[in-house]
Design a protein around this ligand. Structure first.
Ligand code: HEC
Ligand code: HEC
Length: 225
């Protein structure tokens, strides 16, 4: 795939939204009120425990996720610095973030919200399951002085929640191998408190970070397999 710029990608997304919004309008006329996030998480868990439902959901998830490849890469392995990897990301975290885009608790430059709103609740669950099972194909970056400083800070401040290996848990995101630019942007958004990303835990843990700390942390995470 050609290394497209984020601006090109946003134009592609606007085009996709035009065709998707037609489908979304039909959904909203036919469907009952959407299930609560709690009900969606319960369903995700239930499907994960039943091999037959899981294998059907993975197939549907692969289909529904085909529009996501333009930015997030094949199988969720992003090649764009501003766009997060989603491959092997934890399923409940993926579902939670999709729901946050829909409810407005998480804000991006408008297109992510539109794309996710065009999905049915079941498609969100299926995509979360599908992406969580995709292998990571990116190669870890090599260590540098910057990443060594990041390693110390990560073990001290972050490993308690995200795990020493950066794998997270069901609801805490995996950070290992994440795109450097995306990690820096995300940490600055939590720190700024301007509302693009709101989470009291991350606000507390980023409040005292300097820009150099953020760069070191991002460099370290990109070295993790
Ligand atoms: C036009 C490019 C583009 C397309 C297409 C796209 N995304 Fe995104 N996505 C982004 C960007 C950029 C971000 C980071 C946004 C931010 O943090 O503000 C993002 C963030 C996300 C996140 C949050 C990840 C995290 O680690 O917190 C999820 C989940 C997600 N996208 C799912 C999807 C799904 C599912 C699709 C397909 C239905 C999709 N995206 C299509 C660009 C895109
Ligand atoms: C108390 C637990 C906790 C600690 C400690 C913590 N985090 Fe987090 N982190 C979370 C949670 C929960 C989220 C998801 C928040 C949300 O919904 O936006 C998150 C999200 C993130 C994200 C966004 C990931 C993505 O895919 O978008 C990054 C990057 C991150 N944390 C890095 C760090 C770093 C670096 C540190 C240490 C300085 C740290 N975290 C410490 C709980 C924690």
């Amino acid at each position: 795939m050609l290394p497209l710029s984020i601006h090109t990608i946003i134009s592609i997304a606007s085009l996709m939204l035009v065709s998707l919004s037609a489908t979304a309008a039909t959904h909203s006329q036919e469907n009952p009120p959407p299930p609560s996030p709690q009900a969606m998480h319960a369903k995700l868990e239930q499907i994960g425990k039943d091999p037959a439902s899981l294998s059907a959901a993975l197939k549907d998830g692969e289909k529904a996720a085909s529009v996501c490849r333009h930015c997030h890469g094949a199988g969720g392995n992003s090649v764009l610095p501003e766009v997060p990897n989603l491959a092997s990301q934890n399923d409940a975290y993926l579902l939670e973030q999709m729901n946050k885009f829909v409810s407005g608790q998480r804000k991006s430059s408008a297109f992510m919200e539109g794309l996710i709103k065009a999905l049915t609740p079941d498609e969100r669950i299926q995509i979360a399951l599908f992406l969580s099972q995709q292998p990571v194909t990116r190669k870890p970056a090599g260590s540098t002085a910057q990443s060594a400083a990041g390693n110390q800070l990560f073990d001290k401040l972050c490993a308690g929640c995200h795990g020493k290996n950066g794998a997270g848990t069901q609801k805490i995101p995996r950070l290992a191998g994440q795109q450097v630019q995306y990690v820096e942007d995300s940490l600055k958004r939590y720190r700024s408190g301007t509302g693009e990303r709101i989470d009291p835990r991350m606000a507390a843990y980023t409040r005292n970070l300097k820009d150099a700390d953020i760069q070191n942390l991002a460099a370290y995470l990109s070295t993790m397999p």
